[in-house]
Design a protein around this ligand. Structure first.
Ligand code: ZN
Length: 237
């Protein structure tokens, strides 16, 4: 294999590394967003529960007011009994008193049920508060860890970019241009090995003569189908 081909293979390795680093960096914001979303959901759950409790308390207080006004009514009716003259009037008044007392008793039951519901819902708060605290701690930890990871990836990226510049400078301009063209066309990796006499990138079988030229490794052979640069063999030759 000529030094030129060896350089091409080395450049290809650096580019693959750069691609992996780029992909890892691209994933960081998504990982950040995942823990942020978890914290957000925990906060929404807690706030939703607090809001629900407020509504329950409001409903319960309205019920209590109704019970009080029914008790007032009952007292008023009872106050009237002393001034009643006939039995009919008394029966009518007593009927009213029974009716209002019944209503009050029903309303009191509803208030008690509302209190039970409030207790049950309030008991869920500590768990939701703990969930939120945990999610926020995890998010803060993830942010710190991801910042360290980003710094590491970026410094490796900078080092690999410097490697690339050095290697590109050593390639003959025509070969460099050809290599960059394949990359620009979105064919990664740009340099591939022969696999059973086929291009390792597009898997199109190569004519026997071209396959032999690749094996000899005297010059760069281009796959006519995808434009990738063919170097060496895939280990099965
Ligand atoms: Zn090909």
């Amino acid at each position: 294999v000529t030094p030129e081909l060896a350089r091409l293979v080395a450049l290809q390795e650096v580019d693959s590394d750069l691609q992996r680093l780029h992909e890892a960096l691209e994933l960081l914001p998504r990982r950040e967003e995942e823990t942020a979303a978890r914290a957000r959901r925990a906060r929404q759950a807690l706030e939703g529960q607090r809001e629900a409790l407020k509504h329950l308390a409001l409903e319960r207080r309205e019920g209590e007011k109704l019970v009080e006004s029914l008790a007032d009514q009952e007292r008023k009716f009872q106050g009237k009994t002393a001034g009643v003259r006939t039995n009919e009037e008394l029966w009518a008044l007593q009927k009213e008193i029974r009716a209002v007392r019944e209503q009050r008793s029903e309303r009191e039951t509803l208030v008690l049920e509302a209190m039970d519901r409030e207790d049950i819902e309030r008991a869920k708060l500590p768990t939701l508060e703990r969930d939120l605290a945990e999610a926020e701690t995890r998010h803060a930890e993830a942010l710190a860890a991801l910042a360290v990871e980003r710094a590491e990836l970026e410094s490796r990226q900078a080092a690999r970019r410097a490697d690339r510049e050095r290697q590109v400078a050593e390639l003959p301009p025509a070969l460099k241009a050809r290599y960059e063209r394949v990359l620009a066309a979105g064919r990664r990796p740009a340099v591939v090995a022969l696999v059973k006499n086929a291009c390792g990138g597009c898997f199109t079988a190569q004519p026997p003569q071209r396959a032999q030229e690749v094996r000899r490794g005297e010059f760069v052979v281009v796959c006519e189908f995808c434009g990738r640069l063919l170097v060496g063999t895939g280990g099965d030759s």
